[in-house]
Design a protein around this ligand. Sequence first.
Ligand code: ATP
Ligand code: MG
Length: 296
Amino acid sequence: MSDAFESPIARQIAVLTAKKRALKTVKTPRPATTRIFTVSNQKGGVGKTTTTVNIAAALAQAGLKVLVIDIDPQGNASTALNVDRQGDVAGTYEVLIDAVPLADVVQTSPDIAGLECCPATLNLAGAEIELVDVEQRETRLREALTTYLGEREAASDPLDYVFIDCPPSLGLLTMNAFAAAKEVLIPIQGEYYALEGLSQLLNSINRLREYLNPNLQVSAILMTMFDRRTNLSREVADEVRQHFPEQTLSTVIPRSVRISEAPSYSQTIITYDPEGTGAVAYREAANELANQGAHR
Ligand code: ATP
Ligand code: MG
């Protein structure tokens, strides 16, 4: 092996080039029916929003029709997708509280064809409390989504994927996401308490499966902010994979400054740095998810 190839940077470039070449040849199949994911983890800052917007963007860029529902009052997914969430713009709040149809509030991404977003505006922060007194408080989103998917189907323009970006809690907003979804995508950051958090989350999902959504399945676990240089990242990833071999995606998302910069330019990594390691990793993760769906 030449000296150049043995330098870590040269090796990284070679690996990245090989991955990009492989991505050119893989197919991103369209699912037979709309796949609805809730991207959940009650732990804060583990990469839920980053995963939601970047996988959604990658799938849309591959030619699929994708809707992101921002059900987190922080509105980070709406910001990253560059949709309007200011002033009197209507969004998830109106869908949940006033039963406004999703079709009336969904915005299309200005940057990526086939990608749309139901934005989270500031008033969504009050919804957690307001929902307590509303009828069918846990299934409001499910109702709205079922109607919208039916309308899209009837218009011969069906959606392929829906991703719901959850807040870091297990309150009524997250419950609405769990009730509306068919599948759960869990992003996990390689840190000491990750596994403990994961087992709490799985217990909660098991409980709510009993009374809210019997068919809900945890279909994907994605390691985020992975740092190859630390043993901890690797150990957590190994342990998660050991416990959940079927669900854990083999792609891991590396820690990357570019990934964390993209939202401040109202962009996903897919448009902000399309050739970098972050975009390549999220495109790989999106393809893995899409091909996993093809086998269902
Ligand atoms: P919250 O629980 O607050 O909703 P979250 O789980 O949605 O958080 P993110 O907002 O996606 O987490 O990520 C938390 C922070 O980490 C953000 O500042 C984000 O830009 C950054 N981040 C996410 N993924 C990566 C990555 N792979 N490399 C570097 N930074 C990242
Ligand atoms: Mg978030």
